[in-house]
Design a protein around this ligand. Structure first.
Ligand code: FAD
Length: 444
């Protein structure tokens, strides 16, 4: 075994599914004299995104669907900031800390894992009225906003204001959109028990999907089952339909329909982090970092020594599919790629050969609200309660750390016995208003 003379400086860009798992494994598997690991992320936590719909629906405390970095990565150096530039030719990354001037960090090995952002389109009104569903902040906001709209609907005597407040539009029928829509509708329906002024028929939940099906991650019959379930619950499902505009909150669809809505959630896919535009790393036509199956960054056939990437921002060949196919952007691939990448970095540091990443996507599980779900795993198809149970079992087994698993299970148990919490904490979004209202300005 060849031991490095100086510890290798490993820089991890982004502490999401890839970054957290890779840093954790590196710090466990490499000795301090072999490597020092620095992790840069603007957030102090990793977000377990598959739990965002349950956090928004109030089944899990939002705090428990994130993993604190400083607690989990005790042997890594954590930098609270965003990487704004990578010059791999100089082995240097520029970091904008959350406060203060930018700093440059030199490295020997870099893990590029800033993930993805919502893939939006230039639709009039979208920027002003839309919200994504990728961050814990968005999930918390959406929960408070939906419950707040129920309060508005109950308080107003104007039928138009009520209709607008109680119209919720979700654009995009992948698992993020379907789970978010189904969980939020389930929560709102549950909350209506405490609103004698409102009935289920007052609410309008609309899914707008540009293709002819939902949940492309599972077979067509499972997608059709999902649509049928949502239709039976009274949701308005528009397939083969696009959002054309939402100026002043008036939603216009390609099928000619138009209606006002106070809520517009955009879940129509993701694209690699735009931060990658400020790097000298090779990218493919979809702007993903090009990788070999070993998770090393490659420019054509040439391996860029010391550069690694994985997850939503990377084009990683799928060795289980036909030639030319790539791994899908999913947590399932991201966490497994992270572990393979960490082991490959260790191998390279110790003068050994890296091993290609190979994992056949086992399928998907999606929750459609309490006790409802759809799952297709290893070819086995499950619907309703068994699918929902599998969703919960699978994800609690995947969320990092024993601490988080216990907290999530306690949340579920409490919600089972005490019913879920359906109060809006809208003040969180503007907490200083009351104080500034009673504090007079100083007259000059
Ligand atoms: C609502 C929802 C539900 C989902 N459900 C499932 C599911 O059921 N199953 C499944 O397999 N997948 C699911 N996914 C997809 C899965 O979460 C992603 O594929 C996975 O998170 C990708 O991991 P990643 O590490 O590439 O990116 P992320 O986990 O998003 O991590 C990226 C990290 O990089 C940080 N970052 C961004 N820019 C910078 C920068 N400039 N500098 C430093 N750090 C930066 C971010 O703060 C973040 O912490 C879901 C996604 C969503 C949104």
């Amino acid at each position: 075994m060849i031991e490095a003379v100086n510890p290798q400086r490993i820089l991890v860009v982004g502490a999401g599914h890839v970054g957290l798992y890779a840093a954790l494994r590196l710090s466990k598997k490499l000795r301090a004299r072999e490597a020092e690991v620095t992790v840069v992320d603007p957030q102090p936590h990793m977000t377990y995104q598959p739990f965002l719909p349950e956090a928004a629906a109030g089944n899990i405390s939002p705090r428990h669907s994130v993993v604190p970095l400083r607690r989990e990565l005790k042997h890594c150096k954590i930098v609270a900031g965003a990487v704004t530039r990578i010059e791999h030719a100089r082995r240097t990354a520029t970091v904008q800390p959350i406060i203060g001037p930018p700093l440059e960090i030199e490295y020997d090995q870099i893990i590029v894992a800033p993930g993805s952002v919502s893939r939006t389109l230039p639709i009039p009104g979208l920027r002003e009225h839309g919200i994504g569903f990728k961050t814990i902040g968005e999930a918390i906001y959406l929960r408070n906003h939906v419950l707040d709209r129920l309060d508005v609907g109950a308080a107003t005597t104007d039928p138009e204001t009520r209709r607008r407040a109680l119209t919720f539009v979700f654009v995009g029928g992948g698992y993020a959109g379907i789970e978010a829509l189904a969980e939020m509708e389930d929560m709102a329906r549950d909350a209506l028990k405490y609103y004698p002024e409102l009935s289920v028929d007052d609410m309008r939940w609309v899914l707008v999907e540009a293709t002819q099906r939902v949940l492309p991650e599972v077979d067509r019959d499972m997608g059709a089952y999902t649509v049928q379930q949502l239709l039976q619950r009274g949701l308005d499902i528009r397939l083969d339909t696009r959002l054309e505009s939402c100026v002043d909150g008036v939603v216009k669809l390609s099928d000619g329909d138009s209606f006002p809505a106070d809520t517009l959630v955009w879940t129509a896919g993701v694209k690699p982090s735009p931060m990658l535009d400020d790097t000298d790393l090779p990218r493919d036509e979809r702007r993903r970092v090009t990788c070999a199956a070993t998770l090393q960054v490659v420019d054509g056939d040439r391996v860029l020594e010391g550069a690694w990437s994985a997850g939503d921002c990377a084009a990683v060949p799928d060795l289980t599919g036909p030639p030319g196919t790539f791994c899908s952007p999913s947590a399932q691939h991201a966490v497994r790629q992270a572990v393979r990448m960490a082991d490959n970095i260790r191998a390279v540091i110790r003068g050994q050969e890296p091993t290609p990443y190979k994992h056949k996507h086992v399928g998907s599980v999606a929750s459609l609200g309490l006790h409802k779900g759809v799952a297709q795993v290893y070819g086995i198809k499950l619907k309703g309660l068994p699918a929902w149970f599998m969703h919960r079992t699978y994800h609690v087994s995947r969320i990092p750390s024993f601490n988080r698993k216990v907290r999530v299970i306690i949340d579920w148990t409490l919600a089972f016995f005490l019913k879920r919490e359906v109060v809006a904490l809208g003040q969180l979004h503007d907490p200083r208003v009351e104080f500034t209202d009673v504090t007079p300005p100083i007259k000059s």
